[in-house]
Design a protein around this ligand. Structure first.
Ligand SMILES: NC(=O)c1ccc[n+]([C@@H]2O[C@H](COP(=O)([O-])OP(=O)(O)OC[C@H]3O[C@@H](n4cnc5c(N)ncnc54)[C@H](O)[C@@H]3O)[C@@H](O)[C@H]2O)c1
Length: 329
């Protein structure tokens, strides 16, 4: 099948070409993001393959329909960037990669937590500068601390297991309880209890209207002073302005984010020679207790291999059997 990739990076090209060694599909890779301006770049491809920051709203879907696109293949798990109602109305099917190495993202959340707590980014720079002092590098033992996990699906469940391995008390909140986690010692509690009692809160639930800005001035006010907040899920879960205010008055003790509400304007692109126009992100990066990574949680060899394999198998079964594997509706 002819497949047009938007937001394609060199690693996408590498892993998708590797998954297509038999040459079953013809690929065209575009670095451009899909949005209202770029939908015109589609020629006669029946399938477009998009990533987290491609904008697939009703206007774009209307253009896709006119271009004869029949399938939107998301090469990611989240689908909050696709207007599913508009796609259904246009008769365009949507598939995704529901699970690809949940370990990749869960381990990245742990990496953010450990690096922040033990100030690894500071010690790295200090030692390279010949400064071997320790003042300001103090952390705390994770052992025995209460970790609040919001969302215990594929990624949240792995994160819970890792934290149990550290000897933490793990509180979780989800609309469904995972019995295996309960047997391992995870305690399901209300969101309010997570907020009130956790030393560390890690977000692993999807972004939906009901979860948008779940971290806001009110919820932060109910949290422990000095709470560590980790978000590897979606930026929109956090009202960033409220988090900046809470960092300024030290209510939030540290923030580790791999996702940011306005990331589509920045992430996966190189602005190192430009002036960043996003004042909120710029303010965030001035805090000594904030660590921002640019949506790299998924970025492991294992996850990239699985993303390419599952995406291509989704497309293959749509083409050959008209069967929709991993459909989103
Ligand atoms: N940083 C990255 O690179 C990266 C990579 C993959 C996924 N993600 C994000 O991580 C999120 C989690 O991924 P996953 O694969 O574990 O998804 P998943 O669907 O397996 O799990 C999500 C869980 O959240 C729960 N949930 C839904 N609404 C909730 C609510 N209101 N409160 C609490 N829990 C709720 C669901 O019941 C489910 O158990 C995705 O939504 C995606 O946005 C980020």
């Amino acid at each position: 099948m002819d497949i047009l990739f938007f937001s394609a990076q060199p690693y996408d090209i590498h892993y998708f070409n590797q998954g297509n060694q038999q040459g079953a599909h013809r690929f065209r890779f575009l670095e451009a993001q899909l949005n209202e301006d770029n939908a015109a770049l589609i020629k006669d491809e029946a399938v477009i393959c998009v990533f987290v920051n491609d904008k697939v709203n009703a206007t774009v879907i209307n253009e896709l329909q006119q271009k004869g696109v029949r399938l939107i293949a998301l090469r990611c798990a989240g689908f909050n960037n696709v207007d599913l109602k508009a796609a259904a109305a246009a008769g365009i099917k949507v598939v995704r990669v529901p699970a690809y190495s949940p370990h990749a993202v869960a381990e990245h959340a742990v990496a953010l937590l450990l690096a922040l707590n033990r100030k690894i980014y500071k010690s790295y720079n200090r030692v390279r500068d010949g400064n071997f002092t320790l003042s300001g590098l103090e952390g705390f033992d994770l052992f025995g601390k209460t970790i609040g996990v919001v969302g215990t699906g594929n990624i949240g469940a792995v994160f819970c297991r890792i934290m149990l391995g550290f000897g933490c008390k793990v509180y979780a909140h989800d609309i469904y309880e995972n019995e295996e986690l309960v047997e391992l010692g995870v305690k399901y509690v209300s969101l309010d209890t997570i907020f009130a009692q956790s030393d560390v809160i890690s977000l692993h639930c999807p972004l939906m209207e009901s979860t948008r800005h779940m971290i806001n001035a009110n919820s932060i006010a109910s949290m422990k002073m000095g709470v560590v907040l980790i978000n590897t899920s979606r930026g929109g879960l956090i009202d960033t302005a409220s988090v900046v205010a809470a960092l300024k008055n030290s209510h939030i003790g540290a923030l580790g984010i791999d996702v940011y509400e306005q990331e589509e304007h920045l992430f996966f692109q190189n602005f190192s020679g430009s002036i960043i126009q996003d004042d909120v992100l710029s303010r965030l990066t001035t805090f000594p207790n904030v660590l921002v990574t640019a949506h790299q949680g998924f970025f492991t060899k294992e996850a990239l291999t699985q993303i390419a394999e599952v995406t291509l198998s989704n497309i293959r079964s749509f083409e050959k059997e008209g069967v929709l594997l991993n459909e989103v509706k």
